[in-house]
Ligand binder design. Structure first.
Ligand code: ADP
Length: 486
């Protein structure tokens, strides 16, 4: 099976968020299973800078290729590279005008950029004479790929055996623009209606991706259900319900080699399942570095997040003065909205022996927190997949989560009767429920040492690898080939 993945971010070429991690890891895992993958992305400005840092080559393979349909004189050059640590080819679509901003998501015109990229991707496949069984497009920037392939290229023999999979990484970002872009994109006017690209008088690229692909996936089974409801659907729940037979949720994974407490060089002391006492060495050193009292038996709770509403931070604000009546310690690492940055700074001033607020982006400190804490907090309002809970499971740091999206699919409530479960949580978005979950976790931590050891073991043995996800994607690709619509 041959798969073409198309996306705006791919680690290590260009990374803004989790999308890059998925594109950097999933193709490798799929390749190991025997399928062939090629990746297509824009040649962003940072790609050159990162080539020195990460040591990949960039080779020009074609110059000045014109795109079809789009009302532009711009052409693109095609470069080839390789995903480090694999044989996966990466094709980069270069255009000075569209892709020369410092930031991946900036530029002269985001709608035009995305339209140009989708059209260029189609020409790039043709130029390379590479036919794929599956085109796998990611997020709204590539939403017009399925639209073009299922309309203007529907009869094109080059694509007759190609099925399309489209993945939504976060429904909060949809790519909504003026309807005037229909003309720029060269798309027929009949597509601008409620069963097509129209969305409250505008054009919605994500909606195009959802409606025109053979299969739609998102990054966890629970989020796949949630986004079909009004509460989580961001006004696309009706459209998603229409596709419910073709909508799958597949969890992301984490890189097991890079994130391994036995070998991670960023943590104080390495450890594994059989040397858990060394995990507690990490705790002591973390407490020391954060200027918290060095105490072994006090639960140390970590949180690493973008400090934004999505992450449920208002719940923490509401429980703070009750929470810190308990003998526990809390370390937060994050940046984001000012109101939340200030909230954590205020809490640190008020409870200097209990709270450490680190308002910055710091990958090394993040690993020390994953390794050194006893528990990890993610009370998210919504969470398509979530990576924090996966890293903390891998490092034996017990997640306390709101059971939503990917958090509900990876964290299972500990049951002392059966000894199963790898964390604690709550369902209702309510401060009292969060407080109870923290109190419950702290109770087990303090009073039930045998149980606690079991929870940590269960956590570290939870499979959050990419291999597991890759198997799911391969099944979904097979399904897409069967369901392929003409
Ligand atoms: P989202 O994609 O919504 O930001 P995720 O939980 O999926 O949330 O991924 C966030 C990732 O970014 C985690 O790996 C987390 O460790 C990391 N991260 C977030 N904020 C920081 C920070 N300030 N410093 C270091 N790493 C961070």
């Amino acid at each position: 099976m041959k798969i073409a993945m198309v996306a705006y971010e791919v680690y290590p070429f260009a990374k803004v968020g989790g999308l890059a991690d998925v594109l950097g890891a999933l193709p490798k895992a799929i390749e190991k299973s025997g399928a062939k993958v090629a990746i297509f992305m824009p040649f962003h400005k940072v790609v050159v800078k990162n080539s020195q840092k990460f040591g990949y080559q960039l080779t020009e393979v074609a110059k000045s290729i014109p795109v079809e349909n789009v009302q532009t004189k711009e052409t693109f050059d095609l470069y080839e590279s390789q995903l480090p640590g694999s044989n996966v080819p990466v094709y980069l679509i270069a255009n000075e005008y569209y892709f020369s901003a410092e930031n991946v998501y900036e530029g002269p015109d985001l709608a035009e950029q995305s339209i140009f990229f989708c059209a260029a991707f189609i020409q790039a496949m043709k130029h390379l004479s590479q036919q794929f069984d599956i085109v796998h497009a990611h997020d709204w920037q590539t939403g017009l790929v399925p639209v073009y392939l299922k309309t203007l290229y529907r009869m094109d023999p080059f694509f007759t055996r190609t099925a399309i999979v489209f993945t939504i990484h976060n429904l909060g970002y949809q790519g909504i623009f003026s309807p005037n872009y229909m003309k720029f994109a060269g798309l027929p006017g009949y597509l601008f209606n409620i069963d097509g690209l129209e969305f409250y008088g505008k054009i919605n690229f994500l909606k195009g991706g959802i409606l025109f692909s053979d299969i739609v996936t998102t990054v966890s089974p629970t989020y796949a259900q949630e986004i079909q409801t009004e509460e989580y659907g961001e006004k696309l729940d009706g459209v998603l319900r229409l596709r419910s037979d073709d909508l799958y949720g597949i969890l992301n994974g984490i890189d097991y080699e890079e994130f391994d407490p036995a070998t991670d060089r960023r943590i104080y002391v390495n450890y594994d399942l059989n040397s858990l006492e060394k995990k507690y060495e990490n705790k002591k050193m973390l407490q020391r570095d954060l200027n918290l009292p060095v105490k072994e038996n006090v639960p140390l709770i970590g949180m690493i997040n973008r400090l934004v509403d999505q992450k449920g931070l208002d719940l923490i604000e509401k429980i703070a003065d009750y929470l810190f009546l308990f003998d526990l310690q809390f370390v937060v690492l994050g940046t984001g909205e000012k109101k939340y940055e200030e909230m954590f700074q205020r809490l640190q001033q008020k409870y200097p022996d209990k709270v450490s607020a680190n308002i910055k982006f710091d990958i090394d400190l993040a690993q020390k927190i994953y390794a050194g804490c006893d528990m990890f907090l993610m009370p998210s309002r919504y969470e398509p997949c979530g990576l924090g809970q996966m890293y903390s499971l891998r490092y034996g740091t017990i997640p306390i989560v709101r059971y939503t999206g990917g958090l509900a699919d990876t964290v299972k409530e500990f049951d002392p009767e059966t000894g199963t479960g790898n964390g604690f949580g709550f369902r209702e978005y309510d401060p009292a429920h969060l407080l109870m979950a923290i109190a419950k976790a702290s109770y087990f931590y303090r009073n039930e040492k045998q149980h606690w050891k079991r929870i940590v073991q269960n956590a570290m043995q939870t499979d959050v690898s990419w291999e597991r996800s890759a198997k799911h994607y391969l099944r979904v690709y097979q399904e897409a080939l069967k369901k392929r619509r003409v």
